[in-house]
Design a protein around this ligand. Sequence first.
Ligand code: 13P
Length: 261
Amino acid sequence: MRRKIVVGNWKMNKTFPEAEDLLDELAERLKEEQDDQDVEVIVCPPFLYAEMAHDLCTDEDDESQVYYSVGVQDVSEHAQGAYTGEVSAAMLSSMGVEYCIVGHSERRKYFGESDAQVSRKVEQLLQNEITPIVCCGENAEERESGMQFDVIGRQLKEGLFGLKPLDFSRLVIAYEPVWAIGTGKTATPGQAQEVHAWIRNLVQEQYGKEIARVLPILYGGSCNARTARDLFAQPDIDGGLIGGASLNADDFIAIVNSFEK
Ligand code: 13P
């Protein structure tokens, strides 16, 4: 059995009081409404709210009850020093952050993040005991010209395949077709499954059967309360990386509860 994971990527949304309300509501309602305790719920707010997210993720009376884990959306590729505006993996780790999204298509597109940077960020995170959630995926043009496997293959090989097997086995991968992000055009379960199975096979060729078998591969891109169930029912889809629908507790919790029993 592979891990089942749902990640909320809030992107650049929510003021401080709005973030506090949503985090509070998530903790309270996950306590009552989460159907399957084996589903790992991860919330990735903006950096500024990571500490608050960490404070609010446990039960007030029993700190051993954790309702969600805290992640962030990016990290510096550098360990420390004169890098104005950057946030290091060591800082995040010291604040209780357990996960970090890396190589999101928005960072690749708007901030020029390269596969080489993805690789350095992953190294920083692993050295600081933070689990990288590494994104890959093709854009519309690349899919239309049938290039999706070339693009994803390059992203994985250059970003990740330099890792030793033990390090690679600590990753979570997210397939996020760029044409599906924020567009309402969710990939069909068949389209997503095809890519997930292909990724798993590529990982198997590089790292062997056992590492590929247990690797969690999440789907992201207009995944919502309506589409999650059919996606999560696919054999190689282990959960979701959720943007817009993670900004609202009703939708996000419905997605958390979308795994087959
Ligand atoms: P949407 O769910 O808003 O399409 O965003 C997906 C995403 O980019 C998550 O990282």
